[in-house]
Design a protein around this ligand. Structure first.
Ligand code: EPZ
Length: 417
């Protein structure tokens, strides 16, 4: 398995281009299952999760043509296998996003339950509850969700909690349902809006995406469209944190600060100078970061996907901070690895008290999930000496060409087999 070897202590300086958003590309690729014409995507990130999703819908019958620079054409005209097998779903939970589109377009679906993952149980009960409200007959058997519906009917759905892929699944299913669907307590994440924009270009009738109440008027069919995937706000935030921790100065292009208000506010509170332009961000780090406390919550509040990265920067800040994780029940696994690098962190249920230390010292550490591995990269970039990060397949799921982008920013990092 690949490892990442980092020699820390080098400030990140220079320019990096941000890739398309993983968490927008994944649902948008599933949207091709709804259409009987070609969906032409651009700015699709080259990530393992995207490759997995392409394989998943390809084996369902969607014709896929790709060219090197992030362009992808998906043609759902011939859909003949509405099955998402366990072998593929177990490696990527976002496969559940095929359920709604398959039901809406094909009338039946057999989708493996994702199973848990490192950060939590990750149930999909809200996805099932909403589809049942739309008239689907769904039973769970042998680890699979077996669903069928002659034609889904619009319904008013109130999800028990804010769920990003739950909102996306139900919104996609509703585009071809009969009548109006209202999703209350909907997720407001920018990736939900990007999906809604793509579906609208395909002929869907959606209003309210980005608010907590989304209305969808069902139509008879969706056609092909062209859609550029939005920039990845979490990749953006990750590089901003890496520059902040290493006393660097970077320019990030092909991204938008508007997607990251809560994160940029916190970086400014930590003492960084952040200059936001229309499609780029410049960050200049202070000599020593001030500690910042964060509390994760649904958008537009501080994103849970940035929690691990902030634990890394708080580890070397001048004082103590409290990090509160309210979304996932087990999303502090990076803490014990950061402690191996010399961090001073005390976990108490969903709170982590981080007391900054003057320096971290390199060691061998293990990545446990995608954003935890990003947190270890940041810590390795700032630690004295060498840090070897194992199991970096987690990183490759969500960060395109990370060692190349970091190297161009001056980091001493290389992948070792
Ligand atoms: C999406 O996951 C993202 N993944 C996650 O990013 C992100 O952390 C998460 O939203 C929260 O923002 C994609 O978009 C592909 P949820 P999702 O449904 O949709 C509970 C990354 O690092 N819940 O919003 O699976 C759930 O257990 C990944 O890129 C139910 O109980 O998250 C959690 O506690 C990690 N029942 C909370 O809701 C359900 O049916 C929020 O989960 C659905 C969710």
């Amino acid at each position: 398995m690949d490892k990442l070897l980092i020699r820390g202590g080098v400030p990140l300086v220079g320019e990096a281009a941000i890739s398309g958003a993983k968490n927008a590309a994944l649902p948008i690729i599933c949207a091709s299952l709804l259409s009987d014409g070609p969906l032409n995507l651009s700015n699709v990130p080259r990530l393992n999760d995207v490759a997995t999703m392409r394989r998943l819908i390809g084996q369902m019958g969607v014709a896929i043509a790709a060219d090197g620079d992030g362009a992808l054409t998906l043609d759902g005209r011939r859909l003949d296998n509405p099955v998402a097998p366990y072998e593929m779903v177990k490696t990527m939970r976002a496969s559940i996003l095929a359920l709604g589109p398959l039901l809406a377009r094909h009338g039946e679906a057999k989708v493996s339950l994702p199973g848990g993952c490192a950060i939590g149980a990750r149930p999909v009960d809200q996805h099932i509850k909403g589809l049942r409200a739309m008239g689907a007959e769904i039973r769970v058997e042998g680890g699979y969700v077996l669903a069928q519906a002659r034609r889904l009917k619009g319904a008013r759905i109130v999800t028990d909690m804010v769920t990003v892929t739950g909102t996306e699944n139900l919104m996609m299913a509703a585009t071809l349902a009969e009548g109006e669907t209202i999703i209350e307590n909907a997720a407001r994440e920018p990736e939900v809006v990007d999906l809604a924009n793509c579906l609208t270009a395909m002929g869907a009738r959606i209003s309210g995406a980005g608010s907590d109440r989304i209305s969808i008027q069902g139509v008879d069919r969706l056609h092909g469209a062209d859609h550029p995937v939005m920039p990845d706000r979490i990749e953006t935030g990750t590089y901003l944190c890496a520059a902040a921790a290493t006393r660097g100065e970077i320019l990030l292009t092909r991204t938008s600060a508007a997607l990251l208000d809560s994160v940029i506010d916190k970086l400014r509170e930590a003492g960084c100078v952040v200059d936001c332009r229309s499609d780029s961000i410049v960050l200049k780090a202070p000599r020593r970061l001030k500690p910042v406390s964060v509390r994760t919550a649904p958008y537009p509040a501080f994103p849970t996907d940035m929690q691990a990265q902030f634990m890394a920067i708080d580890s070397v800040a001048d004082g103590a901070a409290v990090i509160r994780e309210t979304i996932f029940e087990n999303r502090f696994m990076h803490a014990v690895e950061l402690i191996r690098l010399g961090a001073n962190i005390r976990i108490d249920a969903s709170n982590a008290v981080v007391t900054g230390v003057p320096a971290l010292d390199g060691a061998t550490v293990m990545a446990t999930d995608l954003r935890a591995s990003a947190s270890l990269v940041i810590a390795g970039l700032v630690a004295r000496g060498e840090t070897l990060i194992e199991r970096i397949y987690h990183l490759d799921r969500g960060y395109e060409r990370i060692e190349e982008k970091l190297t161009r920013l001056g980091a001493d990092v290389r992948r070792v087999r």
